[in-house]
Design a protein around this ligand. Sequence first.
Ligand SMILES: *Cc1c(COP(=O)(O)O)cnc(C)c1O
Length: 361
Amino acid sequence: MRIHLNPNPNPATEADRNAKIAEGGFGKYYTDNMLIAQWSEGKGWSDAELKAYGPLSLDPATSVLHYGQEIFEGLKAYGQPDGGISLFRPDANGERFAKSAARMALPELPVEDFVKTVTELVKSESKWVPKNVGESLYIRPFMIATEVGLGVRPSNHATYLVITTPASAYFNPNKAVTVWISTEFVRAAQGGTGAAKTGGNYAGSLLAQKQAAAEGCDQVVWLDATERKWVEEMGGMNLYFIKGSGKDATVFTPKLTGTLLAGVTRDSILRVAKDLGYKVEEGMLSVEQWRDGVASGEITEIFACGTAAVVSPIGAAKSAQGTWKTGDGEPGPITGQIRNHLLGIQHGTIEDKHGWNVKVI
Ligand SMILES: *Cc1c(COP(=O)(O)O)cnc(C)c1O
């Protein structure tokens, strides 16, 4: 895929840019440029264009607006000690983007084109990459069905875009969150779209999120659709449970049954935990095992993980059956160790022995 550079002739001033970066938060300000490419049936992918960030003009009958045929990704660019910038495992996001596309009957973008377009945009927006640990430039590639018409069928036209936004820590890592275990609503069922990163999964989750907030909780935990028994994910993040403590601890995560989203952070933590000398395990954990495990002290720490927040400790869980604290409710030591190790690799202060960082500049 060739990329035509047609950058914004009026980028933000240095003062404006630095003020926006310093304000922090997540997804409030977007950088000067975006990247866009078109696909059509028969012709395939067009060249990409890097141009000024700005609104799209869409016919009101554009299919994505009606039937939600869309996919997205989320990854980050991190400042490095030498002043350079690296992407974290962009190939893994590219592979997942292609899988999501296949599931949603959208055209697959070759992984090398995904990595190339993301790299080129980050290079052009490099002044927007924050410098502090825990901060980054969040990259949002996405694809929408852009055939015009209300007929229900896989779109014969698609638009791929990449936008970027400076991000500070998404959740406060020193504050453990409380989660609501939903038994009324489910996120994904076997045969559905749970393993694809598609907006509809999020749209369907918002009512449960609202219910969680009404229960005084920060996030929703999803159970399997069939038995409403097995723990799957939290909001847009995967879950980890620490069993035992110290160097004999086991780092456990629910296995990928086909309904969970395979997080890049989840996969990275499986390897980091092993590198740190812990036993790692993927399996099934029921709500009863969660409740009994924290009560007996077998489960000592729980955290959620994903690109946006990296690692977020879970201090308590609430369900229709009651509230169960994790340990003393404060973030645990292994959670902190894993978080710091992963962030260290991403920021270039800990050896990247798996070759995960891809240099942009
Ligand atoms: C994106 C996402 C995750 C986390 O994936 P990462 O690659 O680690 O960011 C987990 N669950 C859901 C539902 C997601 O959409």
